[in-house]
Design a protein around this ligand. Structure first.
Ligand code: BJW
Ligand code: ZN
Length: 242
């Protein structure tokens, strides 16, 4: 299964991981699409929009409140831990669409959060921004300035944080191996990152139990879960460095 990687393993000095909801699925955090992508009969994709928030901030906040409580107690799984361990052997950058902080919790030190963080709360009007771990009981929560607070995440129709996105493009354009794990690659601009890597002749490896939009572009597609495969991938690096 890993012949392609084993053959070139000593050439892989700069590794970029592009991760999505699937990598946290085995930590008990539901994905967005497929059977997991429903919450109280609402389509998760329809809740993750700025319009949905202003139409019904209480409903969207109920969704986030529930997810926050689940995420705060969630633990990194073998997939997150394997990526963190790989840092011992080579340069690793994690470009994650996830807002759950599990890569950082597992020890990865170079994580760019493309879609923000569910821990961080910001005001819709003033400059208030703070990490808050407590549960909110009156929804939507209100800022000291009198306006609605929101999670500091990126919804459809909003721009990604510009510095984060610029760095993500740069790392992708310079890597020699890109591992894409647990994302359907349907959301732009994150789904363009493999294209930047390909332009640098990087090897593209996808880990996903399902076919994705970009499976045809991959050098290797492994149809299995990330907690199963990532430790095996990392052990190849271990072997070649030990
Ligand atoms: C496993 C596994 C296991 C399962 N192991 N794998 C038309 C109108 C307006 C906008 C657009 C438009 N057309 C395109 C756009 C742009 C839009 C977009 O891409 N839309 C498409 C959906 C059509 N993008 C944006 O709007 C972005 N901003 C932007 O482009 O700015 C410029 C702009 C401004 C104004 C107008 C137009 C452009 C912003 C995108 C923000 C996405 N935000 C969310 C919510 C974040 C906060 C939160 O978490 O609540 O990000 S939506 C959601 O999707 C979340 C995810 O990060 C993102 C990606 O999903 P992901 O991670 O891939 O999850 P899934 O569920 O899709 O896939 C999971 C995968 O895992 C599956 O493949 C499984 O098989 C697999 N899996 N178990 C490994 N154990
Ligand atoms: Zn405020």
């Amino acid at each position: 299964m890993f012949e392609l990687i084993e053959e070139q393993i000593t050439n892989f000095k700069k590794i970029v991981f592009v991760t999505g909801a699937g990598i946290s699925q085995e930590s008990g955090i539901p994905t967005f699409r497929g059977k997991d992508g429903l919450w109280r009969n609402h389509d998760a994709m329809k809740l993750a929009t700025i319009d949905a928030f202003y139409d019904n901030p209480k409903l969207v906040w109920e969704w986030y409140n529930e997810r926050r409580m689940n995420i705060f107690q969630a633990q990194p799984n073998a997939g997150h831990k394997a990526i963190a361990e790989l840092e011992k052997y080579t340069q690793v950058v994690v470009l994650t669409q996830n807002i759950d902080g599990l890569h950082q919790k597992s020890g990865s030190s170079n994580v760019l959060e493309l879609h923000g963080s569910i821990v961080q709360i910001k005001c819709t009007v003033c400059n208030f921004k703070e990490e808050i771990l407590e549960e909110f009981f009156d929804l939507p929560p209100i800022c000291k300035c009198g306006n609605i607070l929101r999670p500091d995440v990126v919804w459809f129709g909003e721009s990604l944080p510009q510095d984060v996105w610029q760095n993500a493009m740069n790392f992708s354009s310079k890597c020699d191996l890109m591992v894409i794990a647990g994302t359907s690659l349907v959301v732009s601009p994150a789904n363009t990152l493999p294209i930047y890597a390909k332009q640098n002749n990087a090897t593209l490896v996808e880990i996903n139990p399902e076919i994705t939009e970009m499976s045809g572009e991959m050098d290797l597609s492994i149809r299995n879960t990330s907690a199963e495969i990532l430790p095996q991938l990392v052990s190849l690096f271990k072997k070649s460095y030990d």
